[in-house]
Design a protein around this ligand. Structure first.
Ligand SMILES: [Zn+2]
Length: 419
């Protein structure tokens, strides 16, 4: 069989593996959140709070969708015309067009150009956040964060680009196999190291101070059978008023993180409710699930790009001879951008299901639906979330159930449990 034949076979295997993983690992049946309860919950929220949140979300929309459309156009323009290939050549020229210069500098130049062209949309978003009082760190803090994220992306990108184009040179017929394995490996590696190497670039993390709340949280984790070494507090207040908590990392790097804003704004019982949700993610191994499906998706993408790259008309559009050369990197970016847009609703759906399961875990662990609901109300109020967002936007991009869905789930649980 030819390498191409093997690639088709591998692609089929990866699609199957991804399907099986999502059938087995994603909690497709969600706990009940009756629409009647949602409508009742919405009716009980302060009218001006809902109106203010909706006004804020409308103000964000032009920038968000503008960035999406414009980003897509830039990616297509660079990838499906010879412009991108020329940019890669240009970046390698000071180094005599050496392939490493084209691979690393050319690749980074393409990404940086796309970022710079969509920068006005990011600035728009920041101006809206400031206007509505959610952002606290001003333009200089925003710019510093932006530069930090460019630097982090440049380091990770340079390693990935150098690794990828080394493999395409060493194994011109089989690079897709090594590339797929490498991409999957990189996803797993990043899951381990991001919390330790990257998150501290943006925030300072300190163990939650000793006291009744910490004792209660550690006791709850023990009761839940989830070993948690520490609950960390992130100094999120230096950039935002928003409240949040999350769990990240795998194995020895796993951590539950709460924003300092959450500790400031919410009652201890509400913080406990939030951490119970995070323990649900830990207990159900949601970070593992995300990492596994991410790794399979990355491997699948590499093999699919290889196969698409044997299609002559596409290569002619991009003005390249082979998809494996650095000059074809803009073409890869264009294809990945389109695939990302197509996959977004599916990813959002999976995320919402996983989040609903963590909510159910929090309700069962705390047995306190009233506090859970109060916390949802507070979260929506501080984060200016639309409690019941437009359906199309929800389906397209919502990573969590809506506020009214989460409140309705709490009410359904309360009825079920007789509380
Ligand atoms: Zn969650």
């Amino acid at each position: 069989m030819t390498p191409r034949g093997w690639a088709v076979l591998t692609l089929g295997g990866l699609v199957l593996a991804l399907l099986v993983a999502s059938i087995v690992l994603v909690p497709w049946s969600r706990p009940p959140a009756p629409r009647a309860d949602q409508v009742a919950a919405l009716g009980e929220l302060p009218v001006d709070q809902v109106a203010h949140a909706r006004e804020f979300r409308s103000a964000l929309r032009p920038g968000a969708y503008g960035a999406l459309v414009f980003g897509l156009l830039v990616a297509l323009l660079l990838g499906l015309t010879p412009l991108g290939a020329r940019l890669v050549e240009l970046a390698g020229r000071p180094f005599g067009g050496h392939w490493t210069a084209r691979a690393v500098l050319g690749g980074l130049a393409v990404v940086l150009l796309a970022d710079l062209l969509t920068l006005p949309f990011a600035a728009w978003r920041q101006s809206v956040l400031s206007r509505y009082g959610l952002s606290t760190h001003g333009w200089s803090g925003w710019a510093v964060d932006l530069l930090k994220s460019y630097a982090v992306s440049a380091v990770i990108g340079a390693i990935a680009l150098l690794g990828f184009y080394t493999v395409t040179r060493l194994a011109p017929r089989w690079w897709w196999a090594f590339g797929a394995a490498g991409a999957a490996g990189l996803v797993v590696l990043l899951s381990f190291v991001l919390p330790v190497l990257v998150e501290p670039v943006f925030n300072r993390f300190t163990p939650m101070e000793q006291g009744p709340l910490r004792t209660e949280l550690m006791a709850m984790a023990a009761r839940d059978g989830v070993p948690v070494r520490d609950v960390l507090v992130a100094d999120a207040s230096r950039r935002t008023k928003a409240v949040n908590a999350y769990v990240s990392g795998l194995g020895p790097t796993r951590r539950v993180v709460v924003y300092d804003t959450l500790l400031r704004e919410a009652t201890p019982a509400e913080v406990t409710s939030v951490v119970a949700h995070e323990l649900g993610h830990a207990k159900d191994r949601d970070v593992w699930t995300g990492t596994l499906t991410g790794a399979l998706g990355a491997a699948l993408a590499v093999v699919a790009l290889y196969l698409l790259g044997t299609w002559g008309p596409l290569l002619r559009l991009a003005g390249v001879d082979s998809v494996a050369e650095p000059r074809a990197f803009p073409l890869l970016i264009a294809l990945v951008t389109v695939a990302g847009l197509v996959a977004a609703p599916a990813q959002a759906l999976v995320s919402r299901r996983v989040e609903a399961r963590a909510d159910a875990h929090a309700l069962a662990l705390t047995g306190d639906p009233a506090t859970f609901e109060a916390m949802q109300r507070r979260l929506a109020g501080i984060n200016l979330a639309d409690p019941d967002p437009p359906r199309w936007e929800y389906l397209w991009s919502a990573s969590h159930p809506s506020t009214v869905e989460r409140m309705a789930a709490a009410r359904a649980y309360a009825r079920e449990a007789g509380r």
